[in-house]
Design a protein around this ligand. Sequence first.
Ligand code: 6LW
Length: 553
Amino acid sequence: MRKLVWSAAAWLAAILAAPAFATDAVRFYWFEYTGRDPVYSAPLPAGSFHNPILAGYYPDPSVTRVGDKYYLVNSTFAHWPGIPIHESTDLVHWTLIGHALSDPTKVSFDGLGTSRGVFAPAIEYHDGTFYVINTLVDAGGNFFVTAKNPRGPWSDPVWLKEIDGIDPSFFFDEDGKAYVLNNGGPEGTPLYNGHRAIWIQEFDVRARKLVGPRKVIVNGGTDLAKQPIWIEGPHLYRIDGGYFLLCAEGGTERNHSAVIFRGKSPWGPFEPYAGNPILTQRDLPADRPDPVTNAGHADLVQMKDGSWWAVFLASRPYKDYLFNTGRETFLLPVTWKDGWPVILEHGKPIPTTLPGPKAMKAGATGDALSGNFTRRDEFKGRLGPEWITVHVPRSNPLVIGESGMFVAPSGDLADKRNAGFLARRQQHAHFDASTELQSSFSMVEAGLAAFQNESSWYFFGVRDAGSQNELFLERSVGGTRTVVAKSTVPRPAKHLVRLRISGDGAAYSFFYDTGSGWQPLLQDDDGSFLSTEKAGGFVGTVLGPYARYRQNQ
Ligand code: 6LW
């Protein structure tokens, strides 16, 4: 049995250093995921790309350019490792190169809901150093980490206790001064629900700490009289001698938007653009084809060729306001109008296929993150970049050998702690996820889970039933658990069982194969309870191998 090293997650190495562990571990031989959204079925025109560029739950994107490379970070809440760092040379094809939070001894989300922990991060590069700043909600607050190499190692967190709020970002000015911005409560009592403000404070780069007074530079939003809500995600840029402040406004749901302000100093005053918002989908007809919604929380980047682009979050409902894939990362070109950056004209739908940046080379590749694709993991020695866990592992849940991955049962999906669950993001409304496992166990139940949060999940598993095996489907809807289907089958040869979950919008279907081809256990179950609209939260559905100790039926 050989130790495992994840390409981007040294942390896992630490966990798996331990010799082969619990004898109750379940062997999974492979896992295969196929995304088949009709909107991406047509061949991609030359020079074009699909939106989102990072499909599945990759919210709150922030991007920076260093030379001819781009680095992007996203929020990860209670999933682990935290704050993935993707690298690209064309803003379209991205490769996971590491995580800003990967030392399990430094962070804990135990006891927290799945949508607590890592909120919106921001990445900057200054004077040979990468900076990632973030808020660990209910888990320590605001902090930053630094690295010379974006692949790591990243420093231990430097806590910023002065900041009472979220969505911090750095701004390094041309005059050598630096600042931290964030959104927080207004000065004094909020005037209305959702009344927030954008704050700024100077940052001493050498001393690595905040200095001087904190100041509100935007109170409420673009027009306080209109009671704008949730002014958030601030990013400050110096462009052609002016200071541009980009923020999200309206809250991260249907009414989300991106708004821009301009000033002559980082301390303001900041004047809002008369043409705001510069990005939203909130005023488009609900019955439009292939709708994209929630668009907002953006960050701008100038490419080497001088063109400007924006990354931002948005979601793709499969029906009404239902999406199980969370808030994803999109890309659009920025146009300049009368000296103001505009991401999308009012009333225009976000395109899901469009021409890419000039830097995009034919045949360029990256990780499987956009469009339709199939990813198969044979669990041989190294795990693909897509794998994460829910919560920070405390023990060693996984070991990979020459032939398969062993998942040790520890805890339960509802536990708000790490369980024996290895997951990847659901990245399509139409998908198939399948695996093969060895079912020779007595005290354990194992199979596939589809997990939105600790109260909303499916567990499609197999367990011992005397001389036979029992396939079962357990569903937790808002915390109420029900076994909605089960079937007893003869013990398969070599105890090999294949399981498949197929999703088509809200319809989730469950198939098994014990040697005589795929058999349905349950088809077209209403999986819309895994949607953000019904389950709540800031994340998206994740899928993968799961094992737990048998529960009293
Ligand atoms: C993020 C903030 C937000 O930090 O949600 O609603 C938070 N807006 O900008 C989590 O995504």
